[in-house]
Ligand binder design. Structure first.
Ligand SMILES: NC(=O)c1ccc[n+]([C@@H]2O[C@H](COP(=O)([O-])OP(=O)(O)OC[C@H]3O[C@@H](n4cnc5c(N)ncnc54)[C@H](OP(=O)(O)O)[C@@H]3O)[C@@H](O)[C@H]2O)c1
Length: 334
């Protein structure tokens, strides 16, 4: 039986998610409804992606009994409110990253998923790429020994994108793209909580962070060094170095198609598409969609690859980084 998806919002990432979903077998995945704040936008989206049901409000989607799981692609400033509504209507949810604006919001969402006995996952699509699967497999096999140093960087010139710079839209390098570096480091250290977090950064004129560098320190002299910026394009590489070897992602650390292990490179081609996409390598969104299907088939309420604890740890570190560099959002004031 196909997993029946409801799509919440007709924005850019929702479009790319659909393109990813369309690369998967129709007998496994079907988008059965889309909701947007404006019915016309939802209709246009439904026409593009051949989705049978259309709603002009998220509430109507939440009441649709024929949905297995909702993909939430709204701005992160409203993730909390929108996701809580779906969870309270007993809908399973895959919610775009970052799961919410701060620890308090993430805590509420995870409690609501538990209380309503439904699935919730933060959509860190990177973790489901074959490159990331391969990295976890190598780490499990102790292929590079004890992990000592993790490096990651994600930088793009995004200062002309309102969503990336406006404080009211949840802008800032950390929440938009730095979170990818952080989730990479946390995965490399197997979900371990760092013993210290140190961050330095520069703020944009809107008060959000435009460049931020972070050092996570772990016991036994282990470290992660992470940089993220919205002012320029970085090489966008990542590396994990252990006592016996190293693993490198040569580029696009958040959506990689190649991996170098002790100098030997292997390619991992993406599912192809002829459709237009907004974000690079977006057909790789199909990997997380298939992972969600497998979790639901097993009756899981959280993903073993991107667990509730992973989301909680990640956002608690982001809160600390923001405290150190002086970035706050209206959501922090409640
Ligand atoms: N996984 C990835 O690679 C990836 C890439 C980009 C973004 N993202 C994440 O996906 C989310 C959306 O990003 P996007 O680039 O798709 O953004 P977007 O196209 O600008 O907006 C997405 C949707 O958010 C809703 N929205 C827009 N402005 C709003 C406002 N002022 N108040 C309330 N809702 C508003 C709209 O829903 P309606 O259609 O209902 O009007 C819009 O279609 C963000 O959380 C972002 O971090 C993930």
């Amino acid at each position: 039986m196909a997993t029946k998806w409801g799509i919440c919002s007709a924005g850019k990432i929702s479009h790319d998610f659909m393109v990813g979903l369309e690369t998967l077998p129709a007998e496994d995945h079907q988008a059965v409804a889309v909701a947007a704040r404006d019915l016309k936008c939802a209709k246009d989206f439904a026409d593009t992606h051949k989705i049978p049901k259309v709603y002009g409000s998220y509430e109507e989607l939440a009441k649709d009994p024929d949905i297995d799981v909702v993909y939430v692609g709204v701005l992160h400033t409203v993730h909390r409110d929108v996701v809580l509504m779906f969870l309270e209507n007993r809908k399973n949810v895959l919610c775009e990253k970052p799961l919410a604006m701060n620890s308090a919001e993430v805590g509420e969402m995870i409690s609501a998923a538990g209380k309503n006995n439904v699935f919730l996952m933060e959509a860190f699509w990177s973790r489901f790429f074959p490159v990331y699967e391969q990295i976890r497999s190598l780490l499990r096999q102790d292929a590079i020994g004890e992990v000592k140093v993790v490096r990651a960087e994600f930088g793009y010139s995004l200062c002309d994108v309102p969503r990336a710079v406006e404080r009211e839209l949840g802008g800032g390098a950390l929440l938009d793209i730095g979170c990818y570096c952080l989730q990479f480091a946390l995965m490399a250290f197997n979900g371990e909580k760092p013993e210290s977090v140190t961050a330095k950064g520069f703020l944009h004129e809107t008060g959000v962070d435009e460049t931020v560098s972070i050092i996570l320190q772990y016991p036994r002299k282990r470290q992660a060094i992470l940089t993220s910026t919205i002012v320029t394009t970085l090489p966008n590489q990542a590396a994990i170095t252990g006592t016996k070897g190293n693993i490198q992602i040569p580029s696009l650390m958040w959506c990689p198609t190649s991996l170098i292990v002790n100098g030997k490179e292997t390619q991992f081609p993406l599912p192809p598409t002829t459709k237009n996409i907004h974000f690079i390598n977006s057909t790789g969104l199909s990997y997380e969609a298939e992972h969600v299907r497998q979790c639901l088939l097993k009756g899981l309420k959280e993903s073993p690859v991107m667990s509730w604890e992973d989301s909680k740890l990640l956002v608690s570190i982001m809160d600390e980084i923001r405290k150190q560099i002086g970035v706050t959002y209206p959501q922090d004031q409640v």
